[in-house]
Write a protein that binds this ligand. Structure first.
Ligand code: SAM
Ligand code: SF4
Ligand code: F3S
Length: 471
C-alpha cells in the first residue's frame, strides 16, 4: 500500500455506519458513511442530530435505509475515486429499491457541486459542509422529485447550537469541533475551497459541550479544526476580550482534571509559546502535538505556501522539547510535490529524523483542480518517483516509530481505558497522554472502561505498547 498511512488514528478514508439504540422509534431510517478527516466524522454527528429532529433514526444497514448519505473527502484523487465507487454501488441499491434517497455531503459535494446529480445522475441530493441545516427542506425537495442542491459556503456557520448525536461512540472519547474552514491557502490543498473561510465557534458553547460530555461519562475530548492555533473568538458585549486558542484550551482543561483534552491540527507557523505553556501547566492536556511538516526543504515549503522554513520548523520542535520534554510529535508528509528534487527529498528525510516523529501520515502529491499549485506549477515528478520517495519516507518513519515505542519500555504511564483490546477480551486497550495505544491484561483488577490506570510498559511493537497494571 503506497498511499501509506501508518497507525491512522484519525480514521481517514475509513467508512463507518452509525449505531442507533432504537431506530424503530423513528418513522424513517437514515444510513451515513463518512470519509476523510476527523472534521468530517464530527460533521456527520451534526447531520445525525438534524436528521433526528426531522424524524430519521440511524441504522447500520444501508439496505433498510430510506435515506443514504455519504459524507465525502476531496483531499486526494484516490479519496474521490473511493467515494465514486461507493456512490455507484448505492445507485444500484436505489434502482432495486426505488424511493430510497441518496445524498452526497461534504467536501466532494462542495467541489463538484451539482455535477454528481445532473451529469452523472449518481445522487438525489448534493449538500455542502455549511448547508446541513437545510437538509430537512432538501429531503422534501428530493422526495418530490426536484433537484436538491445547496452548496453555499458561509462566513458564520459553526453549528454551535446543535448538540451532535454521537455515532459509533465508545462513550469515552469524543470530537468537538471548535472552528470551521481554513484561511491558509497551502498551494496543494483543496480544503479552503471546499470548507470556505475560517471562523471560530463561540467558546462558551464549546466549554458547555465538553462539560455535558463529561457529565455523560466521557473522559476525553479532541478539539478539532484545520488550524486550531488560529482559533480566535470575540464574544458579544462591549467589554468582552477575544479568546485565543491557549485561553480556550485552559477553559476546557478546567472543566475537570478527569477530562483529557487533545487537539488537532496545529500549524507550525501559528502554534505559540502560550499554547505550549498551557499544555505544560495542565496534566489533563495531553502531551501530543500533530505538527505537519509536509516537506523538509525550505524551497518546496515556499512553493507549498506553508509560510515557514525548515529552520523555523526545527526551532518549533526544539521549543516543544524544551517546554515539554515528554511531548510526542506527529506529522504529515507529502512526497513528489512540483519540482521536488532528490536533494529536497533527502531534506524531508533528515527533518523527519531530527524531529523523531512518533507517527506520520504520508502521501504522494496528488494534484487538486483549482488549487494554487494546479494553476501555477507543473506536476513534473513522475508517479513512480513520487511512490519510490513515499516508500522511502515510510521506511524512515517505521524505523522512527519502532525506536520511539521501544524507548518507552520500562516507563509507567497513566492510561485511559477505552475498551477491550482488538485481540482479546481479557486485555484492556487505552492510550497514554502521548496518544500511544497501550494494551495490558485485565487480571483480577476491577477496572472499567473510562477508568485511568497506571501501566508499566514491558514490550512494544511498532504501533502498540504492551504492559502490566501497577498498583
Ligand atoms: N490542516 C491540516 C494541516 O495544515 O496540516 C491538515 C490538512 S489535510 C486534511 C491532511 C493532510 O493531507 C495534509 O497535512 C497533507 O499532508 C495532505 N494533503 C493535502 N493535500 C494533499 C494533496 N494534494 N496531495 C497529497 N496530500 C495532500
Ligand atoms: Fe489545507 Fe493548509 Fe489549510 Fe491545512 S492549513 S487545511 S493543508 S490549506
Ligand atoms: Fe477531506 Fe474535506 Fe477533511 S477534503 S480531509 S474531508 S476537510
Amino acid at each position: 500500500m503506497l498511499e501509506a498511512k501508518i497507525q491512522d488514528e484519525s480514521r481517514q478514508g475509513e467508512a463507518f455506519a452509525p449505531f442507533a439504540a432504537d431506530p424503530n422509534t423513528y418513522a424513517k431510517k437514515f444510513y451515513i458513511e463518512s470519509y476523510g478527516c476527523a472534521m468530517n466524522f464530527s460533521d456527520s454527528e451534526i447531520v445525525a442530530s438534524i436528521l433526528q429532529e426531522k424524524g430519521f433514526g440511524a441504522t447500520r444497514n444501508s439496505e433498510e435505509a430510506d435515506l443514504i448519505l455519504v459524507n465525502t473527502c476531496s483531499i486526494r484523487e484516490k479519496a474521490e475515486q473511493t467515494v465514486r465507487k461507493r456512490l455507484t454501488e448505492f445507485r444500484k441499491l436505489k434502482d432495486a429499491r426505488p424511493g430510497t434517497l441518496v445524498g452526497v455531503l461534504g467536501c466532494m459535494a462542495e467541489r463538484l457541486k451539482s455535477k454528481l446529480l445532473e451529469e452523472e445522475k449518481l445522487v438525489d441530493m448534493v449538500v455542502g459542509p455549511d448547508a446541513y441545516r437545510t437538509l430537512p427542506g432538501l429531503i422534501e425537495e428530493a422526495e418530490s422529485g426536484q433537484k436538491a442542491v445547496n452548496v453555499l459556503l458561509s462566513r458564520e456557520e459553526t453549528y454551535a447550537d446543535i448538540a451532535p448525536v454521537r455515532l459509533d461512540s465508545n462513550g469515552i472519547t469524543a470530537f468537538v469541533s471548535i472552528m470551521r474552514g481554513c484561511n491558509n491557502m497551502c498551494s496543494f490543498c483543496v480544503v479552503p475551497f471546499t470548507r470556505g473561510r475560517e471562523r471560530s465557534r463561540d467558546a462558551q458553547s464549546i466549554v458547555a459541550e465538553c462539560r455535558e460530555l463529561f457529565e455523560k461519562g466521557y473522559k476525553e475530548v479532541t478539539l478539532l479544526g484545520q488550524n486550531v492555533d488560529s482559533y480566535y473568538f470575540t464574544p458579544e458585549g462591549k467589554n468582552e476580550k477575544p479568546i485565543t486558542f491557549a485561553e480556550l484550551l485552559e477553559m476546557v482543561a478546567l472543566v475537570s482534571p478527569e477530562l483529557r483534552v487533545r487537539f488537532s491540527t496545529s500549524h507550525p507557523k501559528d502554534i505559540t509559546d502560550d499554547v505550549l505553556h498551557t499544555m505544560a501547566k495542565y496534566e489533563n492536556i495531553c502531551k501530543c502535538i500533530h505538527l505537519p511538516v509536509q516537506s523538509g526543504s525550505s524551497r518546496i515549503l515556499q512553493l507549498m505556501n506553508r509560510t515557514y522554513t525548515r529552520e523555523w520548523y526545527i526551532a518549533k520542535v526544539n521549543r516543544i522539547r524544551e517546554i515539554m520534554p515528554d511531548c510526542s510529535i506527529t506529522s504529515d508528509v507529502i512526497t513528489g510535490f512540483c519540482s521536488e528534487t532528490e536533494d529536497d527529498h533527502l531534506e524531508t528525510i533528515s527533518i523527519m529524523e531530527y524531529s523523531k516523529y512518533d507517527i506520520s501520515y504520508m502521501y504522494f502529491y496528488s494534484v487538486r483542480p483549482g488549487t494554487l499549485a494546479h494553476r501555477r506549477y507543473e506536476d513534473d515528478v513522475p508517479l513512480e518517483v513520487k511512490k519510490r520517495r513515499l516508500a522511502e519516507v515510510v521506511e524512515v518513519q517505521n524505523r522512527l516509530s519502532k525506536e520511539s515505542y521501544r524507548n518507552d519500555i520500562g516507563k509507567t504511564f497513566k492510561v485511559l481505558i477505552e475498551g477491550n483490546s482488538k485481540r482479546s477480551e481479557h486485555d484492556w486497550a487505552g492510550r497514554n497522554s502521548q496518544n500511544k495505544v497501550v494494551v495490558f491484561p485485565k487480571g483480577n483488577h476491577a477496572y472499567q472502561k473510562g477508568d485511568y490506570v497506571m501501566v508499566k510498559v514491558k514490550d512494544a511493537t511498532q504501533a502498540t505498547l504492551l504492559g502490566d497494571i501497577v498498583a
